[in-house]
Design a protein. Structure first.
Ligand code: ADP
Length: 396
């Protein structure tokens, strides 16, 4: 603990297949959270690359680490974080876990029993959950005194009614967990809380939030709670993404496997890593590259991306019974005015009126005063949401 009115710090870790994103938040005595450091450890050739930024985004470190073993790089990372804490007490580590299944719908403190249960859930999201759990297990083993909290990306969607979570399959499959869960929950929860502060009237009404990043989904919010969302059993469903296909006729899968001879592993790679904007364009999964490209295929990929957003927005507005607000967030939603403009123009029938100048300037509100739908851009912060959960979860 420092003597400067700080009562401690919270670390957040978001471990994916090839990177660990981290953030350190200072917790003031009144509970206010302030991001102090944000960073990333990413696979880079045979080793790792560690980057760390201060609260203003200034680069503090950009280092090549030689470690190849996960345990060694995590240990190095934790030692580096210890140094960054500058003597502050670490009140806990919050982790993003992509899938909590049907049974885990709230943030929870990590116990050996919980880790075992979550390990069993890994088959629901084999490409994500094992990576999410690896640092939790390692920290529990090497630093058992540290409080760890898991936050599930599916949890925010616990308010979805059964009619939105059910597949039209025989009911025994639902009992075995084959149902729609929804993802990007930490992002939607953050956006919903921000909207409650920025625009309480709209927050209390019918809102579509569009998380458009490398992964992309949309959520129908009523009174700030999830009513429906475009992702389902896995994070493959719904919108076109950087490298993921989005909604696909299941019959196409059967055809690919039966007639094109794709194995299960080939199919998984195709759907997760070779599809989406990358597959459509053959150029890149990166929206910036596609928007700057003069190739017709790049424009076609963007056309499909926008078409799917518009199509799903109509469906979600219909589920909501109308629309009071629309929020853009994540990399593309926050930074690509051209995409926002194209989506808003096509949603004119719902009462959306875009203020083109405000949109081009990246203003917080990009609809005109007479628009029937208030359109906002809200920068998401999943790390801040995780830190809030660590702060607010009563200590077991
Ligand atoms: P992740 O899901 O990996 O967190 P992000 O939310 O960072 O992804 O979003 C990454 C996407 O945002 C990429 O497609 C990137 O091209 C896009 N993006 C970032 N900045 C811009 C920009 N200025 N214009 C258009 N697209 C952008």
């Amino acid at each position: 603990m420092s003597g400067q009115g700080e009562s401690g710090a919270i670390l957040t870790l978001n471990a994916g297949s090839s990177s660990i994103k981290l953030a350190i938040f200072d917790v003031a005595e009144d509970g206010a959270l302030k991001a102090r450091r944000r960073g990333e450890l990413r696979e880079d050739g045979a080793g790792q690359r560690f980057r760390l930024k201060d609260a203003q985004g200034g680069l503090l470190a950009d280092e090549a680490w030689a470690e190849t073993r996960f345990e060694a790089s995590l240990d190095h990372l934790l030692a580096r974080i210890d140094a960054e804490l500058a003597g502050r007490h670490l009140a806990g580590i919050g982790h993003r876990v992509v899938h909590g299944g049907a049974g885990h719908r709230m943030p929870e403190e990590v116990t050996p029993e919980l880790l075992e249960l979550l390990g069993d859930l890994a088959e629901l999201a084999p490409l994500h959950v094992p990576h999410n759990l690896a640092p939790i297990r390692e920290i529990a083993r090497t630093r058992p005194g540290i409080r760890q909290v898991v936050c599930f990306d599916t949890a925010f969607h616990r308010t979805m009614p059964a009619v939105a979570t059910r597949f039209a399959l025989p009911r025994e499959f639902e009992r075995r967990g084959i149902r729609r869960y929804g993802f990007h929950g930490l992002s939607y929860e953050y956006v919903s809380r921000r909207l409650a502060m920025l625009s309480p009237r709209v927050h209390g009404g019918r809102v579509i939030a569009a998380h458009l990043g490398n992964g992309a989904s949309m959520c129908a919010l009523k009174g700030g709670e999830s009513l429906d969302t475009t992702m389902g059993f896995t994070a493959l469903d719904g919108l076109v993404m950087g490298t993921r296909c989005g909604a696909l006729d299941p019959g196409a899968l059967l055809h690919l496997m039966r007639w094109e001879g794709l194995s299960i592993d080939d199919t998984e790679r195709l759907l997760y890593t070779r599809a989406g904007l990358l597959g459509l364009s053959g150029i890149s999964n990166d929206m910036r590259v596609l928007l700057e490209s003069a190739e017709p295929v790049a424009a076609e990929a963007v056309d499909v991306f926008v078409h799917r957003i518009v199509r799903e927005a109509g469906a979600l507005a219909s589920v909501l019974g109308g629309l009071d607000g629309f929020v853009f967030t994540a990399g593309i939603g926050e930074n690509a005015p051209e995409i926002r403009e194209r989506v808003c123009e096509r949603l004119g029938w719902l009462g959306v009126r875009l203020d083109r100048a405000a949109n081009a300037d990246g203003a917080p509100v990009i609809s005109t005063p007479d628009s029937g739908v208030e359109v906002r851009v809200i920068a998401t912060d999943e790390e801040a949401m995780i830190a809030e959960h660590v702060r607010d979860l009563p200590i077991a």
